[in-house]
Write a protein that binds this ligand. Structure first.
Ligand SMILES: NC(=O)C1=CN([C@@H]2O[C@H](COP(=O)(O)OP(=O)(O)OC[C@H]3O[C@@H](n4cnc5c(N)ncnc54)[C@H](OP(=O)(O)O)[C@@H]3O)[C@@H](O)[C@H]2O)[C@@H](O)CC1
Ligand SMILES: [K+]
Length: 520
C-alpha cells in the first residue's frame, strides 16, 4: 500500500483538502439521481448518443435476467416488464425486446399509452414489436420474473394511485424474482428512503455507479442487499466524474488508503503518536479501557489512560500495556496536555455526563489538540452544542462519534427523519468537525460536504462497548498522522472488518486482538 500522512494537496476555501480519489472512481463514488442524470448528459455531450446509452442499459438488464435463469423454458410463468412514464420505462422496453429475441416468455405492461411517452423512451417503445398491455395490479399474478421499470432517477414525489397499487402487487408476488432497473421504484436514490410505496427488489441493475440510496438503509435492503446490486458499464466515460465533483462515496479502502499511515522501518513508540484517554467512572470503568486498548491495537505508539484518583487502582491493575495516570482535579488532567508528544485526546466512554466532562473537553479544544468525542463527552454538550463549534480551519481537529440517540439529543435542529446523510452533513458543516453518525450504515461526514457511507458492518456489531472501541481506533490512526476524516473512515471500515472476523456472538473486547490482524 502506498501512502503518506503528510500529503496536503490543496487548500480549498477554508478546509485543508486531501485528495479523495474515491470520488473519481466509479467503484467508490455514489451519484445522486440528479448527478447520474448529469453523467448521462455529459456522456451525450462527449458524443455518445442517449439512444445508445439506453440500448446498452436495457440490454445489460436483459443479460442479468438471462443469467438468473438456466433456460427460458424452465420458467413456470412469464417475465412481466412493468414500464413507467419516463426513461426508466424506456430501459424496460429495451430489456423486453432482447428477452423476447432470446426466447423468453415476455409480457410487457405500460402505465398510460405509448403516445404519452417522449424522447428515447418513446423511440424504444416504437421499436418493441411485442404487445404493449395496459398495466393493472393483476398483471403480475403468476409471473416468474418481474422487471420493475416504473421509476428510476426521475422519481420526484411520493408514489400514489395506480403506481402504489402496482408496487403493492409486485411486493405481494413473493414467488417471483423481482429485478429493479436502476432503483427499486419508489426508492429515493439520494436518501435511501421509500417515497410512499417502494418495490422490494431481489436484485437491482444500475448503471455506471451505485447511488447513495443503494447503500443507505433501508434502500440497501430494498435493492436486494449489497451482493445483489449489479453495476453495469453502459459506456459513460469515467472522466465525467471529474466534472460532476460528487461528494458522496462508499466507505471502501480506495477512498482513503493513500493516506493510511505507513510504518517506517525506523518507527518507534515515540514517532507513532501518543493518545490520552480520559478514564471513566463507576460503573462504566471498562469503557475507557476498551478505548485505550483499541488505540494501541490500531498502531498508536503510546496510550495513556488518565483516571480520577478513585478509580486509579482498579484501572492500573486491569491494564498492562497502557500507562495509567491519576488526576485529582480538572486542572490536573489538563496538565497532562503539556506533554508535547501527546497528539490526540479521546473523551467520552464512561466519562460521566456533566460539568466536569464539559470543562475538560473545552480545555482540550482550547489548546487545539486533536480530539475524538464520544458518548458522555457528547452528552455533556446537549443543549449547548454550539460550544463545540470549531472556527480554526486547515486540518480538522475534532471528531464527533454519536449514535442516533446521541445525535438527536445533541443536534435536534438536524432531524434524522430528513435522512441520515443530510443530517450528518449538516451537523459536520455547522460544527466544523468530522461527524461519524454510527449505525448499520455509518456515515462519516466532513464539514466541506464530503461523506462516506459504510456498508460492511455485520448485524452482530451492535453490542455494548463496540462504540468505545471505534473511538479508540479513530484516535489511534489520527495519532499516527492520518487526517481526521480519513482516519475516521478507515477506522469505521476496519472496525466492521474486525467484527466480521470475530463472527457472530462476539463481544466488544473480542475485537481488540483482531484489530491489528485486519489492519493493513
Ligand atoms: N438519460 C439517459 O440518457 C439514460 C437514462 N437511463 C434511465 O433513465 C432513468 C431516468 O429517467 P427519467 O429522468 O426519465 O426518470 P424516470 O425515473 O423514468 O421517471 C420520470 C417520470 O416519472 C414521473 N414521475 C416521477 N415521480 C412520480 C410519481 N411519484 N408518481 C407519478 N409519476 C412520477 C415523471 O413525471 P413528472 O415528474 O415529470 O410529472 C416522469 O414522467 C434512469 O433511472 C435510467 O433507468 C438509462 O437508460 C441510461 C441512459
Ligand atoms: K425501477
Amino acid at each position: 500500500m502506498v501512502g503518506t500522512n503528510t500529503q496536503t494537496i490543496a487548500k480549498s476555501n477554508d478546509w485543508t483538502v486531501y485528495p479523495s480519489p474515491g470520488f473519481y472512481n466509479s467503484d467508490c463514488v455514489l451519484l445522486r439521481p440528479e448527478e447520474s442524470i448529469k453523467a448521462d448528459a455529459l456522456a451525450v455531450e462527449a458524443g455518445i448518443s442517449s439512444v445508445q446509452l439506453m440500448e446498452t442499459a436495457g440490454k445489460s438488464v436483459a443479460t442479468v435476467v438471462a443469467q438468473a435463469v438456466s433456460a427460458p423454458s424452465d420458467l413456470a410463468g412469464p417475465v412481466c416488464v412493468l414500464c413507467g412514464p419516463g426513461n426508466n420505462g424506456g430501459d424496460g422496453f429495451v430489456a423486453a425486446r432482447y428477452l423476447e429475441d432470446w426466447g423468453f416468455p415476455v409480457k410487457l405492461y405500460l402505465v398510460g399509452k405509448v403516445s404519452d411517452l417522449s424522447g428515447d423512451a418513446h423511440y424504444m417503445a416504437e421499436r418493441f414489436e411485442g404487445t404493449v398491455n395496459q398495466a393493472t395490479p393483476d398483471c403480475v399474478k403468476g409471473a416468474s420474473i418481474i422487471l420493475d421499470a416504473l421509476f428510476g432517477a426521475g422519481l420526484s414525489r411520493p408514489v400514489s394511485g395506480i403506481y402504489a397499487d402496482l408496487i403493492e402487487a409486485v411486493n405481494h408476488e413473493e414467488d417471483a424474482l423481482t429485478i429493479a432497473i436502476d432503483l427499486p421504484s419508489g426508492l429515493d436514490g439520494a436518501t435511501g428512503q421509500a417515497l410512499g410505496s417502494c418495490v422490494k427488489a431481489d436484485v437491482t441493475v444500475t448503471f455506471f455507479t451505485r447511488k447513495p440510496g443503494h447503500v443507505l438503509l433501508p434502500g440497501r435492503f430494498l435493492s436486494g442487499g449489497s451482493d445483489h446490486i449489479h453495476v453495469m458499464d453502459i459506456g459513460i466515460p469515467t472522466k465525467t466524474l471529474t466534472d460532476i465533483q460528487a461528494k458522496t462515496g462508499e466507505n471502501i479502502p480506495l477512498a482513503w488508503q493513500h493516506l493510511y499511515p505507513i510504518t517506517s522501518p525506523f518507527a518507534h513508540k515515540y514517532n507513532k503518536g501518543h493518545v490520552l484517554v480520559l478514564g471513566g467512572r463507576e460503573p462504566t470503568l471498562g469503557a475507557s479501557r476498551l478505548t485505550s486498548m483499541a488505540a494501541l491495537r490500531s498502531g498508536a505508539g503510546l496510550v495513556s489512560l488518565a483516571c480520577p484518583s478513585e478509580s486509579y487502582s482498579v484501572q492500573a491493575t486491569a491494564l498492562t500495556d497502557i500507562m495509567v495516570r491519576r488526576f485529582d482535579s480538572n486542572f490536573g488532567f489538563l496538565g497532562f496536555l503539556d506533554d508535547p508528544r501527546l497528539n490526540v485526546v479521546t473523551i467520552g466512554p464512561g466519562a460521566g455526563v456533566g460539568e466536569k466532562t464539559n470543562e475538560l473537553v473545552l480545555g482540550v479544544l482550547k489548546r487545539d489538540i486533536p480530539c475524538v468525542l464520544d458518548a458522555d463527552g457528547l452528552l455533556s454538550f446537549v443543549g449547548r452544542s454550539k460550544k463545540l463549534k470549531r472556527k480554526s480551519k486547515g486540518d480538522l481537529k475534532l471528531v464527533l462519534t454519536p449514535h442516533e440517540g446521541e445525535f438527536t439529543r445533541l443536534f435536534p435542529e438536524y432531524p434524522l427523519s430528513e435522512g441520515r446523510l443530510m443530517a450528518a452533513r449538516s451537523a459536520a458543516a455547522d460544527m466544523g468537525a468530522v461527524v461519524v453518525l454510527k449505525g448499520a450504515d455509518t456515515i462519516i461526514a466532513h464539514p466541506d460536504g464530503r461523506a462516506y457511507i459504510n456498508s460492511n458492518a455485520p448485524t452482530w456489531l451492535s453490542v455494548a462497548g463496540t462504540g468505545d472501541v471505534l473511538a479508540g481506533m479513530i484516535a489511534g490512526l489520527m495519532a499516527q498522522g492520518m487526517p481526521a476524516f480519513e482516519a475516521s473512515s478507515a477506522a469505521v471500515y476496519f472496525h466492521s472488518e474486525s467484527a466480521m472476523t470475530a463472527g457472530k456472538g462476539m463481544i466488544a473486547s473480542d475485537l481488540l486482538p483482531i484489530i491489528a490482524r485486519v489492519l493493513p
